[in-house]
Design a binder for this molecule. Structure first.
Ligand code: PBG
Length: 307
């Protein structure tokens, strides 16, 4: 009766992986219970999530071929575009389709943009690519595109490109405060990414030491046209979520990332943690901190228990 917050399947967004060129879903070892899906197994998983009342999914693609620019990311027949069409056919307007907008799953070097001569992403050259991807995803049926590459000016560039292509109703969920954390490790297994040069994204992701800077990133993304902003990871950054909630009025999303999920599973496998209880506590804490939307690999697990 006195609980200030309650979790509901409506709060959750399920991150899902779809891989080109496989016949069977591949389990992701470091994310127990998660799969690289085929188009068919993705459809089935999403049907079940929708039946459980999860209102939205976010898609990540694993292409059969990677190249320097990540061109499969904007191929109209690229794996995510095909999957978006499948899900749009299956669910009409009844499910919110979010597409992660980045190239690291699609580039052979694993960075979030095209590289300059120093081997770091070239911010401005990458924006043109993000514009192409946004239009390809919106054309395929994405309701929301979620730029996750942390390039400066990405939200403005994408907003303009979408508007020019007639997609003024397509929303932008900006990964605004995305930290250069050690907690993305299992995700990189999930999308078969090895970052050339040892995996350092600190040139474009946020310094884990900084809170004020995150607020600046959030304000900038809103000024550029973001409809919603995201903080990522979630548990170590509850202070940032709570600060953002106090300062801005757009919906706030938080991403409980692969490493957070993997830790809970690893503890539970050893019998040291109660999986159900810890998963619930993590995600409820993220809501209490002020997140309206929570991206979590526990979406299905929690939704099943919240029926
Ligand atoms: C980039 C992206 C990443 C994640 C989501 N989008 C990885 C990265 O920036 O290295 C991580 C998600 C997770 O760890 O669950 N496209």
């Amino acid at each position: 009766m006195v609980a200030e917050n309650r979790l509901h399947p409506d709060d959750l967004i399920a991150p899902l992986f779809v891989r080109e060129g496989i016949d069977e879903p591949h389990p992701i070892e470091s994310l127990p219970g998660q799969f690289q899906h085929t188009r068919e197994s993705l459809r089935e998983e999403v049907r079940q999530l929708a039946d459980l009342g999860v209102p939205a999914v976010i898609l990540f693609g694993v292409p059969a071929h990677k190249d320097a620019e990540g061109s499969e990311a904007w191929n109209p027949d690229g794996i995510v575009q095909l999957a978006l069409r499948d899900l749009r056919d299956d669910h009409g307007d009844a499910l919110v389709l979010v597409a992660d907008l980045c190239v690291d799953e699609y580039t052979d070097h694993g960075h979030c943009g095209v590289l300059d001569v120093t081997g770091q992403p070239d911010n401005d050259a990458t924006l043109g690519i993000y514009e192409e991807i946004a239009v390809a995803q919106a054309t395929a049926g994405a309701d929301i595109v979620a730029p996750s590459g942390m390039m400066d000016g990405q939200v403005f560039a994408i907003r303009e490109a979408l508007d020019e292509a007639g997609f003024d109703q397509t929303a932008i969920l900006a990964y605004a405060a995305k930290y250069a954390t050690a907690l993305y490790g299992p995700f990189r297994d999930a999308v078969d990414v090895t970052i050339v040069g040892g995996g350092n994204r600190s040139g474009y992701q946020q310094d884990i030491a900084n809170g004020r800077e995150a607020m600046e990133e959030i304000r900038e993304d809103i000024a550029e046209g973001a409809d919603m902003v995201m903080i990522k990871p979630a548990m170590p950054y509850l202070d940032v979520i709570s600060r953002a909630r106090a300062e801005v009025d757009v919906p706030i999303a938080a991403y409980h990332v692969s490493g957070e999920y993997a830790m809970v599973h690893a503890g539970a496998e050893r019998g040291w943690l109660d999986l159900d209880a810890v998963a619930f506590e993590h995600i409820l804490a993220v809501k209490r901190a002020g997140a309206d939307l929570i991206l979590t690999y526990f979406a299905r697990h929690l939704a099943e228990r919240l029926q």
